[in-house]
Write a protein that binds this ligand. Structure first.
Ligand code: 13P
Ligand code: SF4
Length: 329
């Protein structure tokens, strides 16, 4: 269960207080699609990792309240150093970040001096600083296709996203063996049972899923890409193989359609709810906005080193990149 703040907030009208404080402090609230519905609904902007990074780089607010996980809030701080960046729960990490300790990544890079390092944004600021280019799930394909074919590449920390890109683009890459515990939890057996019950429903999957899930998908893309697919697809039912909180946005955008979350191993477990994203609650959001804490702080040398690879991503992903540019398989 998510730890609640120790403070007794009974009697506090959280929504009214958050609305008062966001104006008083000139704060922008950025929310990822995997946040609880009540947090998505009060966010100024809800988006995927690339869109949220762009918003964080562009905003003229004094305070960025990042309702997502720590690497996302760190990205906001790297791109907007003069802003105060707060995160409702500083323990909101990510299994991909945990799988890639900077010292081991540095040694891996040093063992392969002829490779450049392309890193998924789901990593620490230290790993960003050790990387040449950052990618998100919605920008990876466009960025990878701009790198000369004969350039050797290390891709980390998500072996499933890296493997998917390597298969799709016919491009060998050295993969760091990290996984997202949420997308790893989907069951192929249960997915096929669900598909048998809804034979006309397409399957949309996030590329963080293992190949045994992605290979059954009609559409593969980032959270924004999956949302766009849900709006545009001709049918009325979609099976969704990503963190189920995104279904909230789908239901808001196209209420007449039916969205079914892909199951985990026991058929209906909650194992594909991201435990890190779920650490953020309305109570903690209120407290962090009121106290402007916990705050992301970063040593300037590290920030500048990490910013280089993020800036490359923003440049290479700019132009006509589509939200779901991984597209249909
Ligand atoms: P996107 O929203 O960029 O698809 O990322 C998904 C995710 O797992 C974020 O942690
Ligand atoms: Fe990390 Fe997976 Fe949670 Fe995204 S869904 S924050 S990749 S653990």
């Amino acid at each position: 269960m998510t730890a609640q703040p120790r403070e007794n907030l009974a009697g506090v009208d959280l929504l009214a207080e958050i609305n008062r404080l966001r104006k008083e402090k000139n704060a922008v609230i950025l929310g990822h699609y995997y946040q609880r519905p009540e947090i998505q609904d009060l966010s100024d902007f809800v988006g995927d990792s690339l869109e949220l990074s762009r918003k964080a780089a562009e905003t003229d607010a004094d305070v960025i309240v990042f309702c997502g996980v720590r690497f996302m809030a760190e990205t906001a701080k790297i791109l907007s150093p003069d802003k105060i960046v707060v995160l409702p729960d500083m323990d909101a990490g990510c299994s991909l970040e945990d799988s890639c300790p900077p010292d081991r990544f540095k040694a891996f890079r040093e063992a392969h001096p002829d490779h450049i390092a392309l890193s998924y944004i789901n990593c620490s600021a230290e790993v960003k600083a050790l990387s040449d280019i950052i990618v998100t799930s919605s920008s990876a394909e466009k960025i990878l296709s701009q790198i000369p074919k004969d350039q050797k590449i290390i891709f980390g920390p998500d072996k499933h996203l890296g493997g998917y890109l390597a298969r799709k683009l016919g491009r060998e890459m050295l993969l760091w063996p990290g996984v997202c515990i949420v997308h790893e939890a989907f069951s192929e057996t249960e997915l096929l049972k669900l598909k048998a019950e809804h034979p006309d429903a397409p399957i949309a999957a996030h590329p963080e899923c293992p190949p045994f899930i992605v290979d059954h998908a009609d559409y593969v893309g980032s959270t924004s890409g999956i949302l766009d697919y849900a709006k545009a697809m001709p049918g009325d039912t979609l099976i969704v193989a990503t963190e189920p909180h995104i279904i909230h946005q789908m239901q808001k955008s196209v209420p007449a359609k039916t969205f079914i979350g892909a199951p985990g191993a026991d058929g209906n477990c909650n194992c594909n709810i991201c435990p890190y994203m779920a650490m953020n609650t309305l109570e903690k959001l209120y407290i962090c906005l009121r106290d402007l804490s916990p705050r992301i702080e970063m040593e300037e040398g590290l920030r500048l080193a990490a910013k280089k690879s993020l800036d490359r991503m923003l440049e290479m992903a700019s132009g006509t990149v589509g939200k779901g540019d991984l597209g249909n398989r």
